[in-house]
Design a protein around this ligand. Structure first.
Ligand code: TA6
Length: 293
């Protein structure tokens, strides 16, 4: 992908909070993408304003994940299965990606960032890969995360596009799209529970890993909007709100910020980790949009 001058109208290379970033603009929408972790930190549309949530206490420094926006959890989700000393949610969210370029695509602007395996990644993930994030900004925000096995042995990986969405008040929203799906509840420890009813409402810490391939919508009466999370090639949906106590325990999360966000994550986590043969590629996409309700 060539970053020609023509694209400079749509793509600005800037520095924000001391980190390299891109400001992408198209059809009245705007996004901010850090090279650090290929992290989309903001997406606003003319009609609905900001759709993502970002903590006021977020930390912007090498080796740290930015709290909010869309962190990329790769190549494992949560704690490492065998090495507790390895970083939670893998290393992609704390590594600097390479900017490959940006170009106009119809009404949208598309940019590409990449991360290839190296000595550092091999210490914790002994496999050769190239990861690419393609971010499309337009009426909707699309993130397509592609993993290519550039080695000669197959490997498994987990992934989550760990999207933090802004809401008026998590206690007042209705989340739809997971009715009847089975889930593991990381708060109660229950495994294989079943989502009763079409609507999920929040009345406490919620941390659920659903078996689900479909669309999720967030109905937010106070904002008069419905946020839509679509996805492709993703068999897991993670839903998270830390509530009061867990919010207090996180240094990069304001004590009173928990009512304003909910995570809806397009993922592939165990037992749906992706098995990638040599030379194969796999792409998981999440698409964030909104409509007036
Ligand atoms: O996606 C939900 C989750 O796995 C929760 O268990 C919670 O820990 C959250 O991710 C945030 O993790 P982090 O490592 O960013 O603090």
């Amino acid at each position: 992908m060539q970053n020609s001058a023509a694209d400079a109208r749509h793509t600005e290379q800037i520095e924000a909070h001391g980190l390299k970033a891109l400001r992408l603009r198209a059809c009245g929408s705007e996004a901010l993408v850090y090279l650090h972790g290929a992290h989309v930190a903001s997406f606003r549309t003319r009609e609905h304003g900001e759709l993502l949530w970002l903590s006021e206490s977020a930390i912007y420094s090498p080796g740290k994940a930015i709290r909010g926006g869309v962190p990329i959890c790769f190549p494992w989700f949560g704690a490492h299965p065998t090495e507790p000393s390895f970083p939670a949610h893998g290393f992609a969210r704390t590594r600097e990606f390479r900017f490959e370029g940006a170009e106009e695509r119809g009404d949208s602007v598309l940019c590409e960032l990449s991360l290839a395996s190296d000595e550092q990644t091999a210490k914790v993930f002994p496999h050769a890969f190239r990861a690419r994030l393609r971010v499309s900004v337009g009426r909707e925000l699309s993130l397509a995360f592609e993993v290519e096995n550039t080695g000669d042995a197959e490997f498994d990986y987990e992934l989550a596009l760990h999207t933090y969405l802004g809401v008026s008040d998590v206690r007042q929203i209705a989340l739809e799209g997971l009715g009847g799906a089975s889930y593991d509840d990381k708060v109660s420890g229950a495994r294989g529970a079943r989502q009763e009813g079409a609507t999920l409402r929040f009345d406490g810490e919620t941390d659920r890993v659903y078996d689900s391939t479909g669309r999720v919508t967030i109905d937010d009466a106070a904002l008069r909007r419905r946020t839509i999370v679509d996805k492709t090639a993703s068999r897991t949906t993670v839903v998270w709100n830390p509530w009061i106590d867990k919010a207090k325990r996180m240094a990069d999360f304001g004590d009173d910020e928990w009512p304003g966000m909910v995570c809806v994550e397009a993922a592939n986590t165990s037992p749906h980790a992706v098995r990638l043969p040599p030379e194969a590629k796999h792409t998981t996409t999440t698409i964030i949009s909104a409509e007036t309700r």
